[in-house]
Design a protein around this ligand. Structure first.
Ligand SMILES: C[S@@+](CC[C@H](N)C(=O)[O-])C[C@H]1O[C@@H](n2cnc3c(N)ncnc32)[C@H](O)[C@@H]1O
Length: 270
C-alpha cells in the first residue's frame, strides 16, 4: 500500500521566483542577502567559510545538496574556484545551471542531478567538499561520508553545517519534526556525528557552533510562513504549510531548550 507523502517538497521551494517564494525570501533575506540559499547561511557566513577552508582559485570544490546553486556560485564568484554541485531535485539543478549561465560562471561550475549517496564523480576528484544544512536527509550518514571520502583527494577537507539534536524521547516532538519536509529527516547528535565521521575514515579537525545565528534564521523562516500564510497555502497546500510551520515552531523550542543546535564540522581525509 502506498503511504501518503506529506510535507513541503524541496522542489517547490526551489522555484525561488514564484509569488509565495518571493514573499518568503524577501522577508527572510531582503534583496541584498538573497543569494538563492535554502539554508540559514548568509553571504557573510560564506565569506567566513571561504576563509576557514582557504578556498582559492586553485581549489576544486564539491557542494553536496547544492539546492538552486546559489551558495556554490557565490563561493566560485568570490574565489575563482571550480565548483560542482549534486542535488536530487531536477528543479534545483535546472535552476543552478540557469544561475551559472546568468552569472557567467558556466565555465567554472557544474551541477549534476543525483543522489549524494552515489555521486557521478570519480575517485580523488575534489580538494574540498562542503554541505550546507542538508545532512538530516541522509539515513545512512556513514555511507554518505564514505562516498564523500571517495571523491576527495588525500588531505581533502570535508566541511558540513548541520542541525545537531539531542532529540527528546517524545513521540509528539518526533512527529512534528518528521513531517516538515516531503523527504524524511534523520536527526543526529554531535556525538553521533563525531563517531560516524571516524567510522567512515575521517579525521575531525574543528567544530564550531552557530546556534545563535541559526535561531535568528529559523525564527525568520517561521515568521515568514505565518506572515504570508494565505499566499503560501496557494502554492504549498494548507496541510503541508501547517506541518512546515509546526516544524519551525518545534525546532525553535528545541533550540531554546538546548536540545537542538547547528554545527560546522570540519574534517580531513587522512
Ligand atoms: C535545506 S536544502 C539546502 C540547499 C543548499 N545547500 C543551500 O544551502 O541552499 C536541502 C537540499 O538537499 C537536497 N537533497 C535531499 N536529498 C538529497 C540526496 N539524497 N542527494 C542530494 N541532494 C539531496 C534537496 O533537494 C535540497 O536541495
Amino acid at each position: 500500500m502506498n503511504e501518503k507523502k506529506i510535507g513541503v517538497d524541496y522542489s517547490i521551494l526551489h522555484q525561488i521566483d514564484s509569488p509565495a517564494n518571493r514573499l518568503i525570501r524577501d522577508s527572510i533575506w531582503g534583496k541584498e542577502n538573497d543569494i538563492g540559499q535554502q539554508s540559514f547561511i548568509t553571504p557573510s557566513y560564506l565569506d567566513d567559510l571561504i576563509r576557514r577552508l582557504r578556498i582559492g582559485g586553485e581549489s576544486h570544490v564539491l557542494d553536496v545538496g547544492s539546492g538552486v546553486g546559489g551558495p556554490a556560485l557565490y563561493i566560485s564568484s568570490r574565489t575563482g574556484c571550480r565548483i560542482a554541485g549534486v542535488d536530487i531535485s531536477n528543479v534545483g539543478v535546472d535552476m543552478s545551471m540557469n544561475l551559472a549561465r546568468k552569472s557567467g560562471l558556466e565555465g567554472k561550475a557544474e551541477f549534476r542531478l543525483g543522489d549524494a549517496m552515489k555521486t557521478p564523480f570519480g575517485d580523488n576528484t575534489f580538494d574540498i567538499a562542503i554541505s550546507l544544512n542538508v545532512m538530516n536527509v541522509f539515513r545512512d550518514k556513514v555511507g554518505l561520508f564514505r562516498e564523500v571520502l571517495r571523491v576527495l583527494k588525500k588531505d581533502g577537507i570535508w566541511a558540513f553545517l548541520s542541525g545537531t539534536f539531542d532529540m527528546p524521547d517524545d513521540p509528539e516532538v518526533i512527529r512534528k519534526m518528521a513531517r516538515g519536509y516531503l523527504i524524511p529527516q534523520y536527526y543526529d547528535s554531535l556525538a553521533n556525528y563525531r563517531g560516524k565521521l571516524k567510522e567512515a575514515g575521517f579525521q575531525i579537525e574543528e567544530i564550531t557552533e552557530y546556534v545563535s545565528d541559526f535561531r535568528v534564521q529559523n525564527k525568520k523562516w517561521g515568521d515568514a510562513y505565518k506572515k504570508h500564510y494565505k499566499e503560501i497555502i496557494k502554492e504549498q497546500g494548507r496541510e503541508n504549510t501547517d506541518y512546515h510551520i509546526e516544524y519551525f515552531d518545534t525546532y525553535l523550542r528545541l533550540i531554546d531548550e538546548g536540545k537542538a543546535a547547528n554545527h560546522l564540522i570540519i574534517s580531513k581525509k587522512p
